[in-house]
Design a protein around this ligand. Sequence first.
Ligand code: ADP
Ligand code: MG
Length: 486
Amino acid sequence: MLSEELKNKYQLVIGLEVHAQLMTESKMFAADANQYGEAPNTQISVITLGHPGTLPKVNRKAITYAIKMGLACNSEITRHNVLARKNYFYPDLPKGYQLTQDKGPICVGGTVPIQLPDGTKKEVILNRVHMEEDAGKSIHLAEEVDTLVDFNRAGTPLIEIVTEPDLHSPEEAYAFLAEVKKLVKYLDVCDGNMEEGSLRCDANVSVMLKGATELGKKVEVKNMNSFRNVFRAIEHEHERLIGLIEQGIEVISETRTFDANTGLTASMRTKEDLNDYRYFPEPDLSPVVVSDEWLNSVKATMPILPRDLHKKFVEEFGLPHYDASFLTESKDVAMWFNELCSKTQNYKAASNWMMGPVKSSLNEQSLHMDDFPISTDSFVALIALVDDGKVSYTAASQNLYPEMLKSTTESPLEIAQRLNLIQESDESSLKPIVEEVLAANAAKVKEYKSGKKGLMGLFMGQVMKKSQGKADPKVATKLLTELLEN
Ligand code: ADP
Ligand code: MG
């Protein structure tokens, strides 16, 4: 562990490269299915395998998805897009080249808003978002002598989101990844699943003396399959790089691999033996031209973004930022809540229900909001029962709500009646109970009248007990006060 003093002497600099697999039905340049988890080498056409004489064809949906991401990040959209061959040899690369955009990415610049756990906000500056295709996968099995290769993934459309060296802590990197995941899911362009490799991240890390004008030499860390591991890898590199510099050892530009078991990184290859990829425009594809018409149609179908919903929840519904952040964390929750609030005015109560009972039950039953059994109409009725004083919040959350999760045919009112949860708010039926309680506590009533007002709680407790928890506290208080004060 380095001292805080040493850490403060240096500025940590991070740039992230995030690959997101696009959820198109077919591949980037061929009609084979873009489907994860199928038997190896079953989703491979001759085009994907690059057989002689085959011709690629661009998947317009993949381009549309890339444009969506660019629009969501306020990037500038390139109209004339050239796909280039990046030539290299690797066993999982059937064509011997990967189609990518080496110059002129489809989305130039842009920003992604992040918020740190301490509330700090920042707009992370993007360098670009470009399109490319994925490679296949080499598989090393313990029981096999040979390395196996599965080409199913080859040709899967990807976007690569590249930041400027604009991040300065593992926390910022983590928040950025979380925001990118949220964005692609809101946009419905990628499922954001890091374990299945739909979202992959390389971290470029360097350190420099605070105040220096030139960035330090960077290392690029690969093979991190969770946000947490990206965080750990950056933390490790931060310390390692400062340690090297402090010892007078020169940092070399290299690619390193992260080991999740040890939390350490190890050198894979130095950037000195730089590949020459001999990029050239793909001769079998004409450039992809994004027309005004195409761009406008994508703009017209942009879904509402998390930051817009956050703003709406704060400004229109008057909710605290904390609530809005929780409610926009996932799209299905945000959309459901948004619908709920089109049917009730009690936004804060709705939010409290979401952050409390709904969240707990989703966690307990590992449910997604998409599978939530209660309709927004029923939920509004539930909120109204509490607002109208018909059912106490305690009874509603502990008895009525769990029952609503099980039964979708009865209305909340019917369930409340069946479970005998309706509060006695009718004065004439509560009055005898209140009178009975006071008569049974004559001595305490005397004490109350001589000034011991704190006894009100005791009387209330007895009324609640006698009414089996169904007395409306407001009405009971009113009756008690009336009877005690004269
Ligand atoms: P390369 O040519 O090695 O791929 P690029 O200039 O394309 O490098 O940048 C790749 C990523 O590395 C980008 O996210 C960029 O922001 C980041 N990056 C570049 N220089 C540095 C640096 N000195 N420290 C940290 N990150 C950096
Ligand atoms: Mg790179």
